[in-house]
Write a protein that binds this ligand. Structure first.
Ligand SMILES: NC(=O)c1ccc[n+]([C@@H]2O[C@H](COP(=O)([O-])OP(=O)(O)OC[C@H]3O[C@@H](n4cnc5c(N)ncnc54)[C@H](OP(=O)(O)O)[C@@H]3O)[C@@H](O)[C@H]2O)c1
Length: 392
């Protein structure tokens, strides 16, 4: 562990729902000697989180607490300069995320978040990637359910296909569970900003270099029956296929011609059509400021599913991959996707960047696979997520 900074890992947002679970995970799983701290805007609430952690491990009664607010750039500079890795759960990221990305890019500090907001990721690329490349900071977005199971799941799938051939992978997601106030607020915010998201994507395309001598495509899939799963697929226009595509651009292992398509898998098509109609209604309502305010007020920050509700939640992502004359079916599966597994994925990513030897040499905005690849796959497997070859 490097000694030049006071902390190996600082967790920002530990007073929130997902941040609290991430703090609990680190309290249970951080190796002895890890120098870590909690950061947040409210010292009394941070102290209450630390008291809870001390019940898990009495040594954590002395865990350092750093006061920092996203509206106070100096406080974020101090956090970024004191840490080797900062992991943040302070969202919606499009509203609260940029000042910490800027501080970490400037200070050469590795940064991780759990955003699922494409507009935020694209805007951070345009504004902070170049500086992070100069300082050596790794800016790794989407280290939660968005997008680690999909990004690492495709990486795992490639290991079962012949190298060097054109490859096509289709991902099919299924999940059951409830969401937190933070997820609800971020989703409503994203729904209300489709024009801004389109603009951010165009600005990124205008400055981001294209892969040379290779073809890489990725996006939402299409509606259709999936023989291998005996289910229906519907396109899923989340940040996940963008992350998978960027991993494929970054890593030669994805071959000369790679394509990924992302779907939700459902047993009955009418379920999806009803869901899409409901979503269409919400999309209309969030565009209008009064109804948006009303919808945002329905859940208070810090709320989320109980441990009992989370224990009943689950996810699977199945991948049909083909290339070099072979077709395989693989699966990534776990428990509660939004919170128990997301906090595990964020904490393991932070531990991976802070502690693991032999990671790829990268800097700037990078995907989880580009930054951590096999080391992250090993950590997630050891932490209880399952990665399996089902057929092929
Ligand atoms: N990718 C995924 O799969 C996934 C899964 C779960 C969550 N998420 C995302 O993670 C984010 C957090 O969700 P959550 O449910 O944990 O939300 P939450 O409970 O509302 O927590 C929000 C946190 O942000 C902090 N915060 C708000 N304004 C701040 C400011 N000005 N300065 C410093 N801290 C500030 C809050 O601090 P106080 O306690 O002081 O208010 C709290 O710690 C959301 O964007 C959500 O979409 C993503």
């Amino acid at each position: 562990m490097g000694e030049e900074r006071a902390y190996d890992i600082v967790l920002f947002g530990a007073t929130g729902f997902t941040g609290g679970l991430t703090a609990d995970y680190l309290a249970r799983h951080a190796p002895d000697g890890l120098r870590w701290a909690l950061a947040g805007r409210n010292p009394a609430r941070l102290a209450a989180v630390r008291d809870r952690l001390a019940d898990i491990d009495p040594a954590l009664a002395e865990l350092p607490l750093l006061t920092a607010d996203v509206t106070d750039p100096e406080s974020l500079r101090l956090v970024a300069e004191s840490a080797r890795v900062v992991a943040t759960t302070v969202g919606p990221y499009v509203h609260h995320g940029e000042p910490l990305v800027a501080a970490c890019a400037r200070a050469g500090t590795d940064y991780l978040d759990i955003t699922g907001e494409p507009e935020f990721v694209d805007t951070m690329y345009v504004r902070h990637h170049a500086e992070a490349v100069r300082t050596g900071a790794r800016l790794v977005h989407a280290c939660g359910f968005d997008s680690i199971p999909h990004d690492v799941g495709v990486w795992f799938t490639l290991k079962h296909l012949p190298a060097g051939a054109p490859v096509s992978v289709d991902g099919y997601v299924r999940a059951g569970g409830r969401f937190s106030a933070g997820t609800y607020h971020s989703a409503l915010t994203a729904f209300s900003r489709t024009a801004q998201a389109g603009r951010a994507a165009r600005e990124r395309r205008a400055v981001e270099p294209r892969p040379q001598g290779r073809r890489v495509r990725g996006g939402p899939g299409r509606v259709g029956r999936v023989r291998e799963l005996d289910m229906w697929a519907v396109p899923l226009p989340t940040v996940d296929p963008q992350v998978v595509r960027r991993s494929a651009v970054a890593r030669p292992e994805y071959g000369p011609d790679f394509r990924y398509r992302h779907h939700a898998a459902v047993k009955r098509l009418p379920t999806v059509l009803l869901g899409a109609a409901g979503l269409g209604g919400v999309l209309g309502l969030v565009k209008l400021p009064p109804t948006r305010r009303w919808l945002l007020g329905r859940l208070a920050s810090g709320d989320g599913p109980s441990a009992r509700q989370r224990a009943k939640s689950w996810f699977t992502v199945r991948f049909v991959g083909s290339g070099g004359g072979r077709t395989v079916l693989t699966e990534v599966a776990g428990g509660d996707p939004g919170y128990d597994e997301t906090s595990k994925m964020l904490a393991e990513s932070a531990l991976c960047l802070a502690l693991d030897d032999g990671l790829p040499t990268t800097s700037g905005q990078v995907t989880p696979v580009a930054a951590m690849g096999d080391a992250l796959l090993r950590r997630l497997t050891d932490a209880g997520l399952t990665f399996r070859l089902l057929k092929g």
